[in-house]
Structures are given as C-alpha cells and as structure tokens.
Design a protein around this ligand. Structure first.
Ligand code: FUB
Length: 295
C-alpha cells in the first residue's frame, strides 16, 4: 500500500522503497536516465530512442515503471532540431517543470505543466553546438540551497571538456558566460549532487561503446569546483558491462541513496539497459563502489 507524505517544498513524495527488484527496470534498449521525485511518484527520463520522442516513466516503488507517454517529440515540436534526442533532465521550480534535453548536439529547454508534460519548447537552443569545444549534450541542472541553478553539460567529442552555466531564475536563460573545465578523466554525462555541504560531480569515463565505460567522481566545496578526483563508482564486472550515464536519488529526509544508470548485459553492446542499485557513503564522505545487481 502506498501512501505519500508532504515535504517542505509542498511536493508529495512516495514511500521509501525497502528494496528494488528486477533489473533492468525499463524495457528494451534505453539509456541516459535522469531520476527525480515529483508529485508522489518517482520519475525517470531516458534518451528519446523512440523516433526522437522523449518519454517519461513513473513508479511508486522504484521497481514497477509505467510509460507515461511522449512528453516531447523533437521531430515535430522542436523547430531547431530533428534528431539525436539524447540524455534529458527534468527540474521543478515555482510551479513549472523544466525539461532540458540535447537534440542535434545542441541543448534545449522545454517548459511543462506536469512531470509527464505536456512540454513546450522555448523555440531556440539554450546552448548552441560546440562553444569552446564543449560538446552540447548531456545537460544536467542542479539547484543549490541558495536558489542558484547551474547547468552542467558536455560529451565525448569535447575530449575531456565540461561546460557550466549559471541559469537565471526563469530557468530558460543563461546568467553570465560559459565556464569550461576539464575534470580528471571526464568524458561525458555530468551529474551534481550535494551531501553534508560537499558538492559531488560524477561523470562517465571511457567509451560508451564497450566495457571500458565507467563512472567516476570528484568533490568540491563549491558547485563550480575546483574538483578533487575521488575514485570510481561503477565499472564493468563479469556479468554487467560498460556502466555510464547515471543519476542519483536521495529519499527525502533520509540518507538512503540510489543510483540509476545504463549498462550492457550478455556482452551485447548494441543494447543498453537501465538499472537501479543502492549506493552508500563511507564515513569520510567517499562514495563506495556500487555493486551492479540483477535485483
Ligand atoms: O545516448 C547518447 C549518448 O551516449 C549520451 O548523450 C552519452 O552520455 C552516452 O551515453
């Protein structure tokens, strides 16, 4: 039985899941998940491999996921791009949802009325292609405790370069110039979270195409770095290969953490699968390597 509780933001959150069951959690070839809690449900936003249509998936228990349908069709609803609908992120602010996505190697943002859309593109790229050599893919937005929002992005074509912008309070425009960084071993797929006052930047390293892919992390006392490299979170094992693009989930009010990510199974490097596993911190704030499971 599910019941929901209120947290400070007024958003409903579902009960914490005692355990997850049944990796992979999404059907078919899916990748690049972002995970969030909105309106009493968990939400995953993966790449738009359904003919460049982004779908939203929701769950009440982290195990059983429902396809909530298309929230943005890049081909018909985005005027400035048609293809390569990759690696989105969704954030909530001031009664609206903001859907950040890559399309044709530019980054856009669409404004949505609910976690499952409908979403309306702003009509122009937020970040055009290739500024300062940073590949304009893999957007992730982190809102700090002081309300400042940051856009992190960057892909393998940038050869180690990650981009950061401050966002204005409207969430659809940039505040100030591009910041370019080269975190150690950075390839793509930034994710930023904060725990006990420490900023964690995690990212994919290696080639997404094979078992060299892995997830590493660095920490800082600032959302803008500098970043101290701390280690590896996910790497290939005998069964599951090439873990990469990922997102973290903390159950509100607890120190219970999950990581959702994609990986390859059965050495089939043409099929990426989305999985979720628990993650744990060491006493000194390190992230312990995550064991990829079938559960
Ligand atoms: O799925 C397309 C790209 O592959 C993503 O943008 C990268 O993070 C990598 O997973």
């Amino acid at each position: 039985v599910l019941f929901s509780m209120m947290i400070g933001s007024g958003l409903l959150v579902p009960n914490a899941s005692a355990a997850t069951t049944g990796n992979p959690i999404l059907p078919g070839n899916q990748a690049d998940p972002s995970i969030k809690i909105f309106e009493g449900r968990y939400w995953i936003y993966p790449s738009g491999f359904d003919n460049n249509r982004f779908h939203a998936w929701s769950s009440t228990d982290l195990s059983h996921w429902v396809d909530e349908g298309v929230i943005l069709d890049v081909g018909s609803q985005v005027s400035w791009a048609d293809t390569r609908a990759w690696a989105p992120d969704m954030v909530y602010r001031n009664g609206k949802y903001y859907f950040y996505f890559a399309a044709d190697v530019q980054i856009g943002v669409a404004v949505c009325d609910s976690p499952k859309g409908p979403c309306t593109d702003t009509g122009k790229p937020l970040v055009p292609a290739g500024l300062s050599g940073v590949e304009s893919i893999d957007p992730m937005v982190f809102i700090d405790d002081d309300g400042q929002a940051y856009l992190y992005y960057g892909g393998s074509a940038g050869q180690g370069k990650m981009g950061i912008y401050r966002l204005n309070g409207d969430m659809v425009s940039l505040n100030g110039g591009q910041i370019v960084q080269t975190p150690l071993n950075f390839t793509e797929a930034s994710w930023v979270h904060k725990r006990n006052g420490v900023y964690y930047l995690s990212y994919s390293n290696g080639c997404y195409c094979d078992s060299s892919y892995n997830v590493q992390y660095a920490t800082s006392s600032s959302p803008l770095g500098p970043w101290t490299h701390r280690g590896t979170i996910l790497s290939s094992n005998d069964v599951y290969k090439g873990p990469g693009h990922h997102a973290f989930l903390r159950y509100p009010g607890s120190d219970d953490w999950y990581i959702v990510y994609h990986r390859y199974e059965n050495n089939d490097f043409s099929q990426r699968k989305v999985a979720i596993d628990r993650m744990f911190y060491g006493a000194n704030g390190t992230i312990q390597p995550v064991t990829m499971t079938s559960q």
